[in-house]
Design a protein around this ligand. Structure first.
Ligand SMILES: [Mn+2]
Length: 306
């Protein structure tokens, strides 16, 4: 069996960038669903680092187009440091979110690590949304709709330059899968920068297998794959526990295939699990499903082969 590196779970209990309260309870719901035990049962070395700390959510309206910007920056700095520390120790960080604005800190740390190690970073963004809003086009000011834009250098300098300089990523290093809700202004921006989007229509037309073959094409030994998994990627029929459900997402089997093909690539180096909202879940079923999918992401095969 392939030897996988040790894993660190890092909880980030905040909904500071979200439009609904409750993702702050995500880390604990994932623990209650047994994420650590499930990975350990696969023979992996798993350590739970507990939760990071940061400012509480004041639940205020946006200021100059951004909601809670100073607190979002504070949380992301802490995330960047924690993720960077795990990578420097040769561990695979699994961020237990928390809302998706925290991917700014997470991926900024991963990008720096890749630069230092001479690795090429590819980000797989599993989401119903492109998360490419800016303060001028966002309808809400919620920063969880802006992390991909911020990582590509579009956004407040406190976030685009979190790692020292902007952009953290060029759009060609990102592949988005499962997209089915893009705001009008956001759509134009996404087209302008040429983001690689495998939307639900494309998944319907060619199937998840070909989508993942294309998204994972040409990954070699020098590639670091980062998966940023927004739980709203999944169809709400199987995953009701998120704040921004959009119908028409991947089914259970499509999601499993997606995870299994990422595992088969052998390149997974870091993971965000974001936007799980236990306040909206039903008997923790979305957390349990997430743990099931993460097991596949780390190589648990449901197939009759090896
Ligand atoms: Mn998202």
């Amino acid at each position: 069996m392939q030897k996988l590196p040790p894993i660190s779970l890092v909880g980030v209990p905040t909904d500071i960038g979200a439009g609904h309260r409750g993702a702050s309870m995500g880390p604990e719901a994932l623990r209650v669903a047994g994420i650590g035990e499930a990975l350990a049962a696969r023979g992996l070395d798993v350590v739970d680092r507990g939760n990071l700390n940061g400012p509480f959510n004041p639940w205020q309206p946006p200021v100059d187009g951004y909601r809670h910007l100073p607190a979002v920056v504070a949380w992301n700095r802490t995330v960047m440091q924690a993720v960077g520390t795990e990578l420097a120790h040769g561990r695979v960080p699994i961020l237990l979110g928390g809302d998706h604005c925290l991917a700014i800190g997470s991926i900024t740390a991963v990008a720096r690590h890749c630069r230092e190690q001479g690795k090429r970073l590819t980000v797989l963004w599993l989401d119903a949304h492109a998360d490419f809003n800016t303060s001028t086009v966002t309808p809400s000011g919620n920063i969880h709709g802006m992390p991909v834009a911020c990582l590509c250098g579009f956004g407040p300098h406190e976030l685009t330059e979190l790692g020292g300089s902007a952009p953290t990523l060029t759009p060609d290093r990102i592949r988005q899968i499962g997209i089915r809700s893009v705001d009008a202004g956001e759509k134009k921006l996404v087209h302008d920068v040429g983001l690689d989007i495998y939307d639900m229509r494309y998944i319907d037309e060619v199937g998840m297998r070909r989508v993942m073959e294309e998204a994972l094409l040409n990954l070699g030994a020098d590639d670091h794959l980062h998966v940023s998994f927004d739980i709203d990627f999944l169809d709400p029929a199987i995953a009701p526990g998120v704040g921004t459900t959009i119908p028409g997402g991947p089914t259970y089997r499509e999601a499993q295939l997606c995870m299994e093909m990422i595992a088969d690539s052998g390149r997974l180096g870091s993971l965000d699990i974001m936007e799980l909202n236990p306040a909206l879940d039903v008997r923790n079923q979305t957390a349990l499903l997430t743990v099931d999918l993460v097991e596949s992401l780390f190589g648990k095969s449901t197939l009759m082969r090896d």
